[in-house]
Write a protein that binds this ligand. Structure first.
Ligand SMILES: Nc1ncnc2c1ncn2[C@@H]1O[C@H](COP(=O)(O)OP(=O)(O)O)[C@@H](O)[C@H]1O
Ligand SMILES: [Mg+2]
Length: 161
């Protein structure tokens, strides 16, 4: 494990996953990108609810963008919630204006980012969720770029000290 760049957390409840999201969310700034991966039902959307809360949204506002790829939330910092579960090919990315969101104003969070790894900015925060059992998830946070190491530091401090 590379200390500083990576953090492995075990979440025991959905609430805990939301809290982890919230702690990351309170550190996010304009232009940041969070890339999420993990099988269906591992807690990506739950984590995003927390991220939204951390930014300053009411987490109840956040729902999965099932029939569109993108939900936009206007708030203290605009939040773009992209869910690529139904993405069939990369061409569709350009049809939804994906690139503009990447350079735009606000925070971008992408579910199923691993479907389009090279379309995710090199500097980004990756969070991978893994199913352990009914209520437990392994959450691996990786900073790509120095900017995101600060978020990992913050998580470590808040969760373990
Ligand atoms: N520790 C946990 N963290 C997150 N979700 C959990 C956890 N334990 C159980 N769950 C349940 O797993 C499901 C996760 O759903 P969701 O967040 O929509 O996942 P995804 O977006 O990855 O498909 C929810 O029903 C949630 O209540
Ligand atoms: Mg989801």
């Amino acid at each position: 494990m590379e200390v500083g760049r990576m953090l492995e957390i075990v979440s025991d409840t959905p609430h805990e996953t939301e809290r982890i999201g919230s702690l990351a969310g309170e550190m996010l700034k304009n232009g940041d990108v969070v890339a999420l991966s993990g099988e269906l039902g591992t807690g990506k959307t739950t984590l995003i609810k927390g991220i939204a809360q951390g930014i300053g949204f009411d987490s109840g506002e956040v729902v999965s963008p099932s029939f569109t790829f993108i939900n936009e939330y206007d708030g203290p910092l605009p939040l773009f919630h992209i869910d690529l579960y139904r993405l069939e090919n990369e061409k569709e990315l350009y049809e939804i204006g994906y690139e503009e969101y990447m350079q735009g104003d606000g925070v971008v969070v992408i579910e199923w980012a691993d479907k389009v790894p090279h379309a995710v900015p090199e500097e980004s925060l990756w969070i991978t969720l893994r199913y352990l059992d009914a209520e437990r998830r392994e959450i691996i946070v990786t900073a790509r770029g120095a900017r995101y190491e600060k978020i990992i530091e913050h998580l470590r401090k808040k969760l373990y000290t």
